[in-house]
Ligand binder design. Structure first.
Ligand SMILES: [Cu+2]
Length: 179
């Protein structure tokens, strides 16, 4: 059984356990789950929903934005520090407003999350993602759930860019470290 299959079975079990607990409201809960799936980005904290983290793969996502470079061609990520909480669902919206292409490369971070999908244009990519290349003007959305707490490095792998400062830090904290 692969890691993702394991996760999926965990999610499925948790959701059915959740639905069983609130059986009288089962139909309503199912609708809420579907709306969550479709909208994905409602600004509701999952921890405030009944069932909380058990709805991990279906909970509303928290949107975080990052720009790779800027209009005056600075070799930087904006922002360059990120903090995510394990078990929450995020939508990282990446864009490249600069005149040249850049990479968002964070291999150890990518190994520490469960990627639900990456969407770019009309294409949706599922499975493990380690690096995203964004051409000038490109935008992509990376939807994931952080799994393993730690501090991970981010860099652009175009020669010279990381050396010029196109680096960053991504931190995953565990749920219990949150106040
Ligand atoms: Cu770059």
């Amino acid at each position: 059984m692969t890691f993702v299959q394991l996760l999926n079975s965990f999610f499925d079990r948790s959701v059915s356990a959740f639905l069983t607990q609130i059986r009288p409201f089962g139909a309503i809960a199912a609708i809420v789950v579907c709306v969550g799936l479709i909208l994905g980005a409602a600004p509701v904290q999952a921890s405030k929903l009944s069932g909380g983290d058990r709805l991990i793969a279906r909970q509303p996502s928290t949107e975080v934005r990052v720009s790779l470079g800027n209009g005056s061609d600075a070799l930087k990520f904006f922002p360059d520090q990120f903090q995510f909480v394990a078990g929450k669902r995020y939508k990282l919206v990446l864009n490249n407003p600069s005149p040249q292409k850049h990479y968002f490369t964070a291999k150890d971070f990518a190994d520490s999350i469960w990627t639900q999908k990456v969407e770019a244009g009309k294409v949706e990519v599922k499975g493990a993602i380690h690096e995203l290349e964004l051409k000038p003007g490109a935008e992509a959305e990376w939807i994931f759930v952080p799994m393993k707490p730690g501090t991970y490095s981010l860099r652009c792998t175009i020669p010279g860019h990381a050396e010029a400062g196109m680096v960053g830090t991504i931190t995953i904290t565990s749920d219990s470290q949150q106040a």
